[in-house]
Design a protein around this ligand. Structure first.
Ligand code: GLN
Length: 230
């Protein structure tokens, strides 16, 4: 599991507000008993409750790029993180967490990197250099994510509705396979496979082929550490 809570652009930057956000993040504690972390940058807060899976000793979150200018809080598993790291030779990783790759990929490729991730995830990333942020959810919504809007103009994201429902004027279930960018202020679908269309398939139904295809796909997509989660 893991629980994430991010609050971006609050009007009140008092210590009382910070305490309130920590209190709200504690509502997600049951999702991650191993670590509680928060990163505050001006009027933005990224919190994390960790159920440690990959790199239990040093993969606590939030996670960062080298200069700590990009901050991420992630729920999920990035199955192809080793392959992605191999593409990021010039980057120095501080942990062996599968999720750290998200901060470095963003630096290298911008928000388009989401399509490169193979796994289940819900994350919020803050780029402190221009105070922009993105949030994304995996293709089929394995990891939960909710989004809300505060009366003060703040934008909220949380793994469970209970961390934002009291403080947001309005909230939604974040759609699977989508990405929110603060630069456009809108959601867009990042998951656009060629077969993702409304048209009825013309390939005849073949249960044997379907079974064989599923059997072949399983070891590719579910690495050993993550198998315990099912
Ligand atoms: N439970 C999770 O969401 C795990 C987050 C991250 N992959 C870790 O291993 O710490």
């Amino acid at each position: 599991m893991c629980g994430i809570l991010a609050v971006l652009g609050v009007a009140d930057v008092s210590l009382a507000k910070r305490s309130r956000i920590i209190e709200l993040s504690r509502r997600l504690r049951h999702r991650g008993p191993d670590w509680s972390g928060i990163h505050c940058y001006q009027d933005c807060y990224l919190a994390h409750q960790r159920l440690a899976i990959v790199d239990p000793t040093s993969g606590d979150q939030p996670l960062y790029n080298e200069e700590k200018s990009v901050v991420v809080t992630v729920n999920g598993e990035i199955y192809n993180h080793e392959d992605l790291k191999a593409k990021l030779k010039s980057h120095k990783f501080q942990t062996a967490s599968d999720c750290e790759v998200i901060a470095h990929l963003y630096e290298e490729y911008g928000e388009e990197f989401v399509d490169m991730l193979d796994g289940m995830f819900a994350f919020v990333l803050l780029d402190t250099r221009d105070k922009s942020f993105i949030a994304a959810r995996d293709a089929i919504g394995i990891c939960p994510l909710y989004m809300g809007w505060g009366l003060d103009g703040s934008v909220w994201f949380s793994s469970e509705m209970k961390a934002l429902s009291d403080d947001c004027e309005r909230f939604i279930s974040f759609p699977p396979g989508h990405l929110y960018s603060s630069k456009t202020g809108s959601l867009r679908r990042w998951y656009n496979p060629p077969w993702f269309s409304e048209s009825i398939p013309s390939t005849p139904y073949n249960p044997l082929l379907l079974r064989q295809t599923f059997e072949k796909a399983r070891p590719i997509f579910i690495p050993y550490e993550a198998q315990n989660l099912f």
